[in-house]
Design a protein around this ligand. Sequence first.
Ligand SMILES: *[C@@H]1O[C@H](CO)[C@@H](O)[C@H](O)[C@H]1NC(C)=O
Length: 315
Amino acid sequence: MADQKSKILVIGATGAIGKFIVKAGVREGHPTFALVRESTLSDPIKGKLIEDFRNSGVVLLYGDLNDHESLVKAAKQVDVVISTVGISQIADQVKLIAAIKEAGNIKRFLPSEFGSDLEYGLNDAVGPAKATFEEKIQIRRLIEAQGIPYTYVASYCFAGFHVSSLAQIQPGLPSPPRDKVFVWGDGTSKVIFCVEEDIGTYTIKAVDDPRTLNKTLCLRPPNNIYSMNELVALWEKKIGKTLEKTYVTEEEILKNIQEDSIPMNKFIWALVLLIYVKGYQANYKIDPSSGVEASQVYPDVKYTTVEEYLDQFVL
Ligand SMILES: *[C@@H]1O[C@H](CO)[C@@H](O)[C@H](O)[C@H]1NC(C)=O
């Protein structure tokens, strides 16, 4: 590997995890490019974010997944492509793969995953979670069939979503509940959390690393593995108060997956079942022929612990 750092292109740069990956690219000294739609510039929030990117030295390229030429042109300027597109665009990544193939110069592709370790999670996934996993797995198979070098990132649970809400899985909770909490199943399954900035850092560290070539990078910071009961107890200790707990059974969650009228909620219930009740995340050993664990390969990264992360909400 030359000492020159790879040029990185992020597709989905203004999204929930994309922005952290762009920022980490800059922080780690990579020439960092973001593919954005020109129309996004006028969006009040995303436009501001794009302005921040530009000010920090990110090169903005205009285009989108439906514009093949824009993708090929963007890919030709970089060495690594990281996709962080949202759930509704997972299947559309076939267009990105076609462009990468045509460009012919990409040394590593990271498709949009940044969540479950798909092929392990699939065994316990149901409903819309299963459908999404299958879609992402199809993308993996296409990448492999096309002979594109890859890294898959299994980042498990975003702290900004799961820890800040104390696993209540309601978007937009500004801080963990202080009175009452729902506990999924019996609350004993182990779950893995990672702060978004650290997901960015680990992802960027992996792009030039031969140890992660054609492997899944699993983010399992050892101090960030908690059962829901342990997570709630940690919070209770920090605020010096006991929360009222309502245990929600597997049957009730299954019923919600079936009956919730909002499709996104069905998906979230399916994740609650998979992650907090079935507890697959910490239940398997990483097979060294197909995966590596991030905190082991990058022991120099001082990741934020759940314990530290919760402090910002205590006041
Ligand atoms: C990495 O995987 C691709 C298929 O996605 C394959 O063509 C390539 O030879 C592999 N590289 C190495 C070094 O194993």
